[in-house]
Design a protein around this ligand. Structure first.
Ligand code: HEM
Length: 390
């Protein structure tokens, strides 16, 4: 029987890897005619599509459902407009600003973890892996501490999808509430600037695609803030939870990492590969694409399945194994090329610090047999709850 892959189904989300293996081997240009999308699952094909943003564009949406199309997100812009919009954000979101946060991150880890030392366990997602990146991105952007939990819960509701790929009225309501909350912050900062990223984005002057010096509008600033606030915490929260699962399934790797922290950067890359938090990148074709004897017509939705590419045994030996000593440790987990993740260095730094601090305190943690739940979004993959035992 031919492989059937529907990423909205909970059964598929619970373990998509067998579907990925069959797609890579039997249907490298897979077509789902019920939902209406093509999927590329081999590493080489995913990478090649990332390298060709003129054929595989983003402005029709980066999810299968494409609900976000038309909104003013950076991730949805195509060249040449994308280039100057990206320049504005990269200019204020600098490695120096990010790197300077290390002492703050360590202090926040201590604040979140120390109360559990000597305890019996806690929810590693809700109480830790979400909170740390949420606080960090909140500090960077200048979102007051009193509003950060609201931002997190609204973002969760906004991106939840059911098994038909629909968010429903609750997602629509959350979108409006979140946009209003962040728009309020933009207006406040315009009147009373600080040294946070929102204030810097308001003040930034750039040359647009026509060579005119311009500034971002309030609507553009609201979307930029929403994008950074969401991407800045939801993905890291999932990567950490997926990593905690990996280290509990592979105790030898855990023991090695506990003993030798110089392995942390490799561990983070392997976590990104082993269970990528951003599981696919959606695109839209501008011309017919001929690949593996199949034609993807122009004007088609295509998803680049990052999670499948990262387990392609044409590239990675024994891809299901969590291996700290891989010879190939490049992945497409942060995308590639024009849209390469703007927060990659922040995400890597946070995850390294999180595991360093966590393993110092809880090297022998276990995972509870009940209470583990998965978040149900279109393209973010990871756990909503991970009760750990101490
Ligand atoms: C483990 C954590 C993260 C993962 C796995 C991840 C993954 C990705 C991926 C795959 C893309 C490319 C999307 C595409 O090609 O359509 C991307 C883009 C982006 N990411 Fe991340 N991300 C993470 C953390 C962050 C953080 C911490 C921030 C911000 C502080 C961030 C901000 C962005 C932005 C703004 C873009 C759009 C860039 C553009 O279109 O030019 N991400 N991310």
């Amino acid at each position: 029987m031919a492989v059937e892959y529907n990423p909205y189904l909970h059964e598929v989300q619970d373990n998509p890897y067998p579907y990925y293996a069959r797609m890579r081997d039997e249907a490298p240009v897979y077509y789902n005619d019920t939902v209406g999308f093509y999927a590329l699952s081999r590493y080489a094909d995913v990478l090649a599509a990332h390298k060709d943003p003129a054929t595989f564009i983003s402005s029709h949406g980066v999810t299968i459902e494409g609900d976000e199309m038309g909104q003013d997100f950076l991730i949805l812009k195509d060249p040449p407009e994308h280039e100057w919009h990206r320049r504005v954000v990269s200019r204020v979101f600098t490695p120096r600003r990010v790197g300077g946060l290390e002492p703050f991150m360590r202090a926040e880890c201590a604040r979140l973890l120390d109360p559990h030392v000597g305890g019996v366990g806690f929810d590693a997602v809700e109480e830790f892996s979400t909170q740390l990146p949420l606080t960090v991105i909140g500090e960077l952007l200048g979102i007051p501490a009193s509003l950060r939990q609201d931002v997190h819960h609204l973002a969760d509701r906004l991106f939840t999808r059911d098994e038909n790929g629909e968010g429903g009225p609750d997602a629509d309501a959350a979108r409006i509430d979140l946009a209003m909350l962040l728009h309020g912050l933009v207006v406040e900062r315009r009147a009373d600037p600080g040294d946070d990223v929102i204030s810097l984005l308001i003040a930034a002057e750039v040359e647009d695609a026509d060579g005119d010096v311009t500034r971002l509008t309030d609507e553009q600033l609201t979307f930029r803030t929403l994008e950074l606030a969401f991407a800045g915490h939801e993905t890291v929260a999932r990567l950490v939870a997926n990593g905690l699962v990996a280290l509990s399934w592979f105790p030898d790797a855990r023991r090695e990492l506990v003993a030798d922290r110089s392995l942390l950067p490799r561990a983070v890359e392997e976590m990104l590969r082993w269970d990528a938090p951003s599981h696919y990148q959606g695109r839209w074709t501008t011309r017919d694409v001929h690949l593996h004897g199949t034609t993807i017509p122009a004007e088609s939705r295509v998803i680049l399945v990052t999670g499948a590419a990262n387990h392609d045994d044409r590239v990675y030996e024994h891809p299901g194994l969590f291996d700290l000593h891989r010879t190939v440790d490049t992945t497409v987990s942060f995308g590639y090329g024009a849209h390469f993740c703007l927060g990659a260095s922040l995400a890597r730094l946070e995850t390294r610090i999180i595991f360093d601090e966590f393993l110092d305190r809880f090297p022998d943690y276990g995972i509870a047999t009940t209470g583990v739940t998965r978040m149900r979004s279109s393209n973010v993959r990871g756990l909503a709850n991970l009760p750990i035992t101490l």
